[in-house]
Write a protein that binds this ligand. Structure first.
Ligand code: SAH
Ligand code: SF4
Length: 350
């Protein structure tokens, strides 16, 4: 069976025409998908024979949920999905008073290999297709519909490097933003990248003004070459220039992520270097306390050191916040549920 979102709007309308149904039925189907329909039989405003025919040819999703974990007293839900072909990816729903955010994956695994990241530890699997990215959001809507909630924000901060799967990510953003489907405004979509400069420039030309987040983590090449290995190809000053050009082009303030690693990038020197790098730029710095990953040499700084680093960065004249540690108990940082599952599979295989 073909997942319905592998068909572009015109293709689904073509399928409908072949089944003697008017084109406007496509919008009805998409609207049901956006509201978390579990199957075509639920789509009550479609004629029964059409619902049956849809169910015979098409599937509402290609993703198979294989594990879930819940944290923060039910406010954070993480789901691991099996993709066609057997790779797996995860997505995390985070419920707040004013918004509901989905953290989404763009690749099974990641080719960049940052040494503090759980996703980079396993061999790279494959790129996701656009429909597989959007299906994570449809499944989140399924979960949220039962609670009377809808997704308001999507962040590409799950597994994978979105800019290394460029076309599928751009296509998925267009679908997420499409008013006929989820209608999430591009400014409420954050694409996080380790820094593929040519792709950042290309994204600026797409006329989809998503918010760009740069995973900076270090302001000097010598350290960033180690923490974010793609830096050897695209050094940090050139990266910030490309990111700021994107910001100017789209009118969106760029966000710089800084995962805090005790004794590695949380010193007065790091704060000064960060100040120098972003001096006079319209930017926002987001400090992320390191979420521990087994078999890495890194540790999260204690609260006092986090606060001290924040103040040092602020003293540089920068706008800075500390991200809450949502989902820590749910293994909710990038790739961690996947890692646990892979470990248990290895344990079974041994
Ligand atoms: N590949 C992209 C997007 C996915 S990672 C990128 O690197 O930007 C999303 C964010 O989670 C990145 O800023 C990444 O550095 C951060 N991250 C990865 N592992 C982490 C960990 N163990 N603790 C805290 N943040 C982590
Ligand atoms: Fe890949 Fe991002 Fe993890 Fe680095 S932090 S390995 S770029 S997913």
């Amino acid at each position: 069976m073909i997942p319905v979102l592998t068909l572009a709007a015109a293709e689904l309308e073509g399928w409908l025409a072949e089944h003697d149904a008017p084109a406007y039925r496509r919008k009805q189907v998409w609207s049901w998908l956006a509201r978390g329909a579990k199957g075509f039989e639920q789509m009550h405003d479609l004629p029964k024979p059409l619902r049956v025919a849809l169910g015979e040819d098409l599937a509402v999703t290609s993703l198979k949920p294989i594990a879930t974990s819940v944290a923060d007293r039910g406010l954070t839900t993480k789901t691991l999905y099996e993709l066609d072909g057997g790779h797996s990816v995860e997505a995390v729903v985070m419920r707040y008073a004013e918004r509901t955010t989905l953290c989404i994956s763009s690749q099974a695994g990641c080719p960049i290999g940052c040494p503090f990241c759980a996703t980079g530890k396993f061999p790279f699997g494959r790129n996701l297709k656009a429909h597989e990215i959007v299906e994570q959001a449809l499944d989140a809507e399924r979960l949220l519909a039962a609670e009377g909630r809808r997704l308001s924000h999507v962040v590409f901060m799950g597994m994978g490097e979105p800019m290394a799967n460029y076309q599928a990510v751009v296509d998925s953003v267009r679908l997420l933003a499409d008013p006929d489907l989820l209608g999430i405004s591009p400014r409420r979509i954050v694409v996080s990248t380790s820094g593929l400069i040519p792709r950042i420039a290309q994204l600026g030309e797409e006329k989809i003004p998503v918010t760009l987040a740069i995973s900076l983590h270090a302001a000097r090449d010598e350290l960033r070459d180690v923490l974010v290995p793609i830096n050897r190809k695209y050094p940090v000053h050139a990266l910030v220039d490309a990111a700021q050009a994107y910001g100017a082009r789209t009118g969106r303030r760029v966000s710089y992520e800084w995962v805090m690693l005790a004794g590695v990038n949380d010193t007065a020197r790091d704060a000064r270097e960060l100040g120098g790098l972003l001096d006079g730029r319209l930017a926002h710095v987001n400090l992320i306390p390191f979420n521990p990953v087994d078999d890495t040499p890194f540790h999260a700084p204690d609260r006092t050191s986090i606060r001290a680093f924040k103040e040092m960065v602020q003293a540089q004249g920068l706008n800075v916040t500390v991200r809450d540690t949502r989902g820590r108990e749910a293994d909710a940082a990038c790739g961690q549920l996947h890692e646990r599952l892979m470990r248990s599979r290895q344990a079974v295989e041994v």
